[in-house]
Design a protein around this ligand. Structure first.
Ligand SMILES: [Zn+2]
Length: 183
């Protein structure tokens, strides 16, 4: 995947985050892209294609697992009719939490690209580094900070608006994979 492709897919993830905000959810979005490779030569066997998009639905679904990338991985597995998501790259606007990083490990994804870092809960480099923990039987590559400022700004705008609407009492529990906290 080229840098231009990473940016284009992250823009799609940002569009998903905006849909989350419109639904009153913490704005985090995700996209899964499938690009199968020949395992021997590493040559691409097909053009990359989007197999799933999702946004955070924790409030709508009343579910602690309804994080954007978790839902996108489940949708990708349904689309590809396989639990093993080799050949997939997950794009997500905020660094995944331990649950979602764990699901990426379970799904054997190739790669995760995320936007904003999450110093409070991030599990792909910030608090934990699930993707490169050699005790685990699958590692995957990670690229953080793609369109970082745009991804973080959507979260800041959402919480600023929500605080304005509700007085000053809301906004402390930012997380769906907890959002970067405002000063
Ligand atoms: Zn998560």
């Amino acid at each position: 995947m080229t840098e231009e492709q990473d940016i284009a897919y992250m823009r799609m993830a940002i569009e998903q985050a905006q849909l989350a905000a419109a639904a009153g959810e913490v704005p985090i979005g995700a996209v899964v892209v499938y690009e199968p490779h020949d395992p021997a030569t590493r040559r691409a066997l097909a053009d990359p294609r989007v197999v799933a998009t999702a946004y955070n639905r924790r409030e709508s679904d009343k579910s602690p697992s309804a994080h954007a990338e978790f839902l996108a991985l489940e949708a990708a597995a349904a689309e590809l009719n396989a639990w093993r998501l080799t050949g997939c790259t997950v794009y997500v606007t905020l660094e995944p939490c331990i649950m979602c990083a764990g699901l990426m490990h379970q799904a054997r994804v190739d790669r995760c690209v995320f936007g904003a870092y999450d110093p409070k809960a991030g599990a792909l480099g910030s608090l934990y580094a699930i993707h490169e923990d050699e005790r685990l039987n699958h590692n995957f590559s990670v690229q953080g900070g793609v369109l970082e400022s745009e991804c973080a700004q959507i979260l800041r705008d959402f919480f600023a608006t929500r605080r304005q609407a509700a007085g000053s009492t809301l906004g402390a529990d930012a997380c769906s994979c907890s959002a970067p906290k405002e000063a």
